[in-house]
Write a protein that binds this ligand. Structure first.
Ligand code: SAH
Length: 690
């Protein structure tokens, strides 16, 4: 089956129709999936195996046959563990067809076909009985259906159904229990991912303060989880206000309820401060005694030596609806509300003379509704974008460069999504400021809050449809952009600014200043501390041959993704530079986009010993004379090649198909590259060779 999917090209902005075969989604899913990462997660695998062995023994000791239900079998790994541990039969359920097919092959290759039946269904469709998918109910329930938020992948409704229809009463469960932990913190850095702070601008006629609209101040934000590698957050970026507290647990061996509910704990701050953020993570006990425990606790809670790197399970950052000043030792209640798939938090102060038992009193205070963004900003800007807009250093660079280019008679047009640049341009004295933005309602809120609604004009037109009347028949003397567009995924997608600039050419004065004047694509060869795992074949996992899975991932990567880079926020994924950073392509915004392709070839010297896992690419914008901003490397922090990355942006990572080990090479080595930017499609193709 073939379907046509229409989408706006993120770089060129033009509409294109892509023919998508039925396989496209499958390949996307597999190529970008976390299966490889899970198979490399030794801590997880070992503990599942121990837990499964213990559960099979307990059932056998009772003199029963061990019948296993493995929901979401993936590669079949957990079923194979159960079969090896002596289970009599396993029903391995997998809803995703290509994975179910792979599981059949893997199970066969490992010689378990007579013990494991792979069923390609969603668990809620599985039937039990003489003619059913399962002959009888199982007495061991094994699953791995958890995401960073624990319940985001639908574990609760799946368990609820399984206990009702698929397993026996009193069954064993691996994992046996999950527990969610929280810690209350103050963190300007993380709070800046949800709230927009006032922006201070030194203008000719005194300091101006740009304030966020009240709708934004009181907005609860969005319910989607903010999951990050908390182990990369230095202690200097937050202050813990409470101890680690158990928020709630789920016993998977008993009937589970998925209906919305809330949990509440009492807290006494260990320090006074502003309660803003709830950090959260979970652990799973593989057995009832809790001896086999797999935890996501971050480094300050757990000895660093015991940390297992993983990307499929991280930690969560929850934003309280508002910041709340708290005093050391005062009584607080922290409430976690959840629906079937997500969790959110609120904080209440205990009233005078109140005791822990006075539960009912508080029911009215609990905000049971899930957060819904009312100001639209949380829908248009993700958390990183909030952080970027709150980055005062960055704002300073824009102010500095605007000051250089603006004159009192400037007619200024801004092209960027939901940007503060038009306001800055107005404060810095531009005569006429207008912005091209599809987010006019957010802009209107902003301008109103700052009494600028009749000072800055919003033009709701695509660049190619701009008419002289939109500009009051004036020519643009200063064209500005951050550039930032919400459709951008890879660093070069923001080159859409160049295409928009080309589309509005007829409206530009002959002496127009374009800010940024140019962009440059930079590249560096790196060795990742851990991120390499997500693209690395696993081969044998806990004694089981899962190569079929490796091959499948490789096929899917080659399906369309080959010669393509993928976005990753590198502040979360440490790496070491093996080469100097190199400027590889430049884009001149003072001119229009050329008809021909822009390509370059060259080589980079490997300067340090290490494994070349891939190349990292990012953009630098040259705003005005002597002012540049980088969306990638901020600085090389030491001799060893450790790098500091822009904390608000994703960089492009191009994984090499085979890792180059420079320590075993006797002579100085270089990596040659060929990079081609196709100006018609806006795509960048790359090739690297040793
Ligand atoms: N058990 C494997 C894979 C875990 S990934 C391992 O531990 O390595 C989770 C898998 O569960 C995914 O492949 C997903 O497609 C599948 N899945 C999730 N919910 C399911 C459900 N209710 N029924 C069947 N499969 C499900």
């Amino acid at each position: 089956m073939k379907t046509f999917c229409g989408r706006a090209n993120p770089t060129t902005g033009s509409m294109e129709w892509l023919e998508e075969g039925e396989d496209y989604d499958y390949h996307q899913e597999i190529a970008r999936s976390r299966y490889a990462d899970m198979l490399h997660d030794r801590d997880r695998n070992v503990k599942y195996y121990e837990g499964i062995r213990a559960a099979v023994s307990r059932v056998k000791e009772r003199g029963e046959k061990a019948i296993v239900l493995d929901i979401g079998t993936g590669t079949g790994l957990l079923s194979m563990m159960a079969a090896s541990a002596g289970a009599d039969f396993c029903y391995a359920i997998e809803v995703f067809k290509p994975m179910a097919n792979a599981a059949v092959k893997i199970v066969e290759k490992n010689g378990f076909s007579d013990k494991i039946k792979v069923i390609n269904k969603h668990s809620t469709e599985v039937t039990v009985g003489p003619d059913g998918d399962m002959q009888c109910r199982a007495n061991i329930l094994v699953t791995e259906l958890f995401d960073t938020e624990l319940i985001g992948e639908g574990a609760l409704p799946t368990y609820e159904h399984a206990h009702k229809y698929l397993v026996q009463e009193g069954c064993e469960a691996v994992p046996h229990r999950a527990t969610v932990y929280v810690q209350l913190v103050e963190s300007k850095r993380m709070w800046s991912w949800k709230k927009l702070f006032p922006v201070h601008v030194e203008a000719e006629d005194g300091e101006k303060i740009l304030v966020p609209p009240s709708e934004m101040e009181s907005c609860p934000g969005v319910p989607s989880v903010c999951d990050i590698q908390l182990n990369q957050m230095p202690l200097s970026d937050f202050t813990t206000l409470s101890d680690v507290v158990t928020m709630f647990s789920v016993d998977f061996s008993k009937p589970v309820q998925s209906a919305s509910t809330y949990y509440r704990v009492q807290l006494e701050p260990v320090k006074s401060g502003k309660a803003q953020i709830v950090l959260s993570w979970w652990d799973i006990d593989m057995d009832p005694s809790g001896m086999i425990n797999c935890t996501m606790a971050p480094y300050w809670v757990k000895p660093t030596s015991a940390l297992q790197w993983r990307d499929h399970w991280m930690q969560c950052v929850y934003f309280l609806p508002n910041e709340e000043p708290v005093l050391q030792g005062e009584k607080l209640y922290l409430t976690a509300c959840r629906d079937e798939y997500s969790v959110w938090y609120s904080l209440q102060k205990a009233r005078e003379g109140e005791n822990e038992g006075d539960e009912e009193e508080h029911k009215a205070d609990v905000h049971v509704e899930s957060p819904v963004c009312r100001c639209r900003a949380h829908l248009l800007w993700n958390r990183a974008r909030f952080g970027e807009l709150n980055d005062q250093n960055r704002t300073r660079q824009y102010i500095k460069s605007l000051r250089k280019v603006l004159k009192t008679d400037s007619v200024c047009l801004c092209i960027s999504d939901g940007s503060l640049l038009p306001v800055l341009a107005h404060y810095l004295g531009a005569k006429q400021v207008q912005c091209l933005s599809c987010f006019s309602d957010l802009c209107i809120l902003f301008f109103k809050a700052n009494h600028l609604e009749d000072k800055i004009k919003i033009i709701e037109a695509r660049p190619e449809l701009l008419k002289p009347s939109h500009l009051e028949d004036k020519k643009i003397s200063v064209l500005v952009g951050e550039p930032f567009f919400t459709t951008s995924l890879l660093p070069w997608h923001n080159l859409y600014f160049w295409y928009a600039r080309t589309a509005v050419s007829a409206h530009l004065a002959s002496s127009v200043t374009v800010l940024p004047q140019s962009a440059a694509l930079h590249m560096m060869i790196v060795e990742f501390q851990d991120l390499w795992r997500i693209r690395s074949p696993c081969g044998i996992c806990e004694g089981f041959d899962v190569q079929t899975m490796d091959d499948m991932i490789k096929d899917s990567l080659n399906f369309r993704e080959s010669k393509e880079a993928e976005p990753h926020p590198l502040w979360e994924y440490p790496c070491k530079s093996l080469s100097d950073p190199q400027e590889v392509l430049t884009f001149d915004f003072t001119k229009t986009v050329p008809q021909h392709c822009l390509s370059t070839e060259g080589s980079v010297k490997l300067l340090r010993k290490g494994k070349s896992h891939g190349a990292v690419l990012w953009m630098e914008y040259h705003l005005a004379a002597d002012v540049s901003v980088s969306t990638g490397l901020m600085q090389m922090s030491d001799e060893k090649g450790n790098c500091e990355w822009n904390p608000h942006c994703k960089q492009a990572v191009y994984f090499f198909s085979s890792v180059i080990e420079s320590e075993i090479l006797s002579e100085p080595t270089a990596v040659t590259y060929a990079i081609n930017f196709d100006t018609k499609t806006g795509e960048i193709a790359m090739d690297f060779k040793l």
